[in-house]
Design a protein around this ligand. Structure first.
Ligand SMILES: *[C@@H]1O[C@H](CO)[C@@H](O)[C@H](O)[C@H]1NC(C)=O
Ligand SMILES: *[C@@H]1O[C@H](CO)[C@@H](O)[C@H](O)[C@H]1NC(C)=O
Length: 617
């Protein structure tokens, strides 16, 4: 309901992409990639993506734009389209159409020609002829490849070169991308990184990546949103005080979540501290959205947290159930059947889409079929954690066993620290960290302060400081021998969610003092790896043997190679899992160690036990 031109904040878009992004969890990618100004990045303006930048570059026909969920891909598409429609940019293009994969899913079983496909989705093109299409220089934008069910398949041999020839949507699109069908057409595809490899690199002329907001753009976002300067400054300065919030704000949708919560807290009569942890922030977010709905329905007065109605709780928990069930497969889109399986019937869901419009979006699409999704993956992860915690307090062993693959028969073997340990254990074995944020939220929810915010949603909780202490001690001692050191860093983040800052503080002291004789525990090493990796300063040399710690500790330090000029990794008995982190550092575009050396990557991966020194020279 706001004009795009008024709120649009420029995004940081680069040519090329960081290779690592394909496998890692999106929030983890953000952390490692948060230092955006790297040597190899070439920023590119959204409206220039089809323009050749150098004389050598031949014409650009197919562009693939990557970016994590909520980073602003669809916004870029809208801005591009608006600028074209207003006659400002790309005026050589005669016809521009946007088709989302989300909508294309709905015709996947039908046979169409390119012409009829365009007519189905854009009735205004009813009179478009094959002849016009051939001469008007069309641009087709396909938004959200990651949402394509099933994925695009380039392995077929069916050739379609005529815009009136009928075939499956898959065949039409792949022929269009390959240039067999309508070779004069430009094609722009956007995707989350995990799905981008569906398209063979040879078919793509340019890859760009939407990286979200730089620090300056984060501030601009808030300034455009709030006319009240004082409020705006308080929000910006609060976000800067919390490292995790500040990093997350690289994703525009996260800026929106923070802005929603902080504006509400600062403008209503709220006592108490502003949220500093993610769990705290998301708990308030859930509440603010639910309150909004209550106000919308005419009550007028503010509801307090304790007044989360039974009906609200009921729906939120069903959503949580949906969220948890689909977390494992990384499913982010739901159809009516998926809702029904979790006890959400459709009338309820539509009331509910009124209840929490902002949390769970009902995508109104043609053909009367609705597609649902959470506004951001992190909201799904949060609700999944809420539901899991609820199952724990309600002793719903069946759900817990389903998820954890363990077998709890009786209540006696069933304690909070046990649950958290097992969940953490499961998340550590994930290859891409798809449970990292979920586990962080789950730990955060064990704190009384966060439980208070959510009122009765979590069920009756016993708050025993001894148990909380035990959880913290468990985290600090948690073993992770052949687990990727990147995963282990999440253990440190869980401590932060639990408001335990001791490890962080000790490591800050360690970094400022010259004394290196202090023995470091494994959790110290994970914290240090994280801090070194995120530091503004590039470390001259990382020598694992110079740290007074165990082998396990040295392994956990490895992620710091991403931010050093020279790394001494010899004699540490690295396994293949550890070497993968080094290799990922070498191919990452922001790594100072990095230069184009695929051989080096192979050497390291093949000879894990070889004392290897990798340096710029
Ligand atoms: C965690 O996983 C390890 C190895 O996978 C296993 O030996 C250990 O018993 C597990 N611990 C818990 C609490 O499940
Ligand atoms: C490592 O730490 C232990 C315990 O603090 C200490 O006794 C030992 O001297 C230290 N080793 C080195 C090489 O500094």
């Amino acid at each position: 309901r706001t004009l795009l031109n008024r709120i649009y904040t420029e995004l940081y878009i680069t040519e090329g992409q960081s290779e690592e992004v394909n496998t890692q969890h999106e929030v983890r990618q953000l952390e490692t990639a948060s230092k955006m100004k790297s040597l190899h990045d070439t920023p590119i303006k959204c409206h220039d993506i089809f323009k050749a930048l150098t004389d050598q570059q031949s014409s650009i026909r197919v562009v693939l734009t990557n970016g994590v969920a909520g980073v602003g891909k669809t916004f870029s598409v809208q801005k591009f389209t608006l600028d074209w429609a207003e006659g400002l940019e790309n005026q050589d293009v005669g016809l521009l159409t946007v088709l989302s994969f989300r909508e294309l899913n709905l015709v996947k079983d039908q046979q169409h020609s390119l012409l009829t496909l365009l007519r189905v989705f854009h009735p205004a093109l009813q009179k478009l002829t094959a002849e016009t299409l051939a001469v008007c220089k069309p641009l087709f934008i396909f938004d959200g490849l990651d949402e394509s069910r099933p994925s695009l398949d380039f392995n077929h041999r069916e050739l379609v070169s005529d815009v009136t020839q009928r075939s499956s949507v898959n065949v039409l699109l792949t022929n269009l991308i390959r240039g067999n069908l309508l070779p004069s057409a430009l094609v722009w595809i956007t995707s989350r990184p995990a799905a981008a490899n569906q398209i063979p690199p040879a078919c793509v002329d340019r890859v760009t990546e939407v990286r979200g907001f730089t620090d300056a753009q984060k501030e601009e976002y808030f300034r455009r949103r709030f006319s009240d300067e004082e409020l705006c400054s308080r929000i910006i300065s609060h976000i800067k005080t919390s490292r995790s919030l500040h990093i997350m704000c690289q994703i525009p949708v996260f800026c929106w979540i923070s802005a929603t919560v902080l504006e509400h807290m600062l403008t209503t009569d709220q006592r108490g501290e502003l949220p500093k942890t993610l769990t705290d922030l998301y708990s308030h977010f859930l509440l603010v959205q639910t309150k909004r709905k209550n106000n919308k329905y005419g009550e007028g007065h503010e509801t307090t947290p304790q007044q989360l109605t039974r009906a609200d709780r009921d729906v939120l928990l069903k959503l949580g159930r949906l969220a948890l069930k689909h977390l494992e497969e990384g499913n982010i889109m739901f159809y009516q059947e998926d809702l029904e399986r979790c006890g959400l019937n459709v009338p309820e869901a539509s009331v509910y889409s009124g209840v929490c419009t902002e949390i769970f979006r009902r995508e109104c699409v043609i053909f009367q079929k609705s597609v649902y999704c959470f506004v951001h993956l992190s909201v799904q992860e949060f609700l999944a954690a809420v539901y899991m915690f609820h199952c724990y307090t309600k002793r719903n062993t069946e759900e817990l066993n389903n998820f954890l693959g363990t077998y709890w028969k009786t209540q006696s073997t069933f304690s909070l620290d046990d649950l958290l340990k097992r969940t953490m254990n499961k998340s550590l074995t994930s290859e891409n960290g798809h449970l990292d944020l979920f586990v962080r939220f789950l730990h955060g929810l064990s704190l009384e302060s966060n439980q208070r915010v959510l009122g009765g949603l979590l069920g009756r909780t016993e708050n025993n400081p001894e148990i909380i202490q035990r959880v913290i001690t468990n985290l600090k001692k948690m073993k992770s021998d052949d687990i990727s050191p990147d995963r282990s860093i999440n253990i440190f983040h869980c401590l932060t969610e639990m408001n335990d800052h001791s490890v962080h503080q000790q490591m800050q002291q360690f970094l400022t003092s010259k004394d290196r004789s202090k023995k470091l525990s494994i959790i110290h090493c994970s914290a240090l790896a994280y801090m070194l990796q995120m530091s503004e300063e590039v470390l001259d040399e990382l020598d694992l043997n110079k740290f007074n710690t165990s082998y396990q500790g040295r392994w956990r330090l490895i992620p710091a190679v991403r931010n050093c000029r020279k790394a001494q990794l010899g004699g540490c008995d690295l396994s293949e899992t550890h070497c993968e982190v080094v290799a990922s550092a070498l191919v990452h575009s922001s790594c100072v160690l990095s230069f184009s050396a695929p051989e080096l990557r192979q050497i390291i991966t093949l000879n894990p036990s070889d004392p290897s020194t990798v340096s710029r020279d």
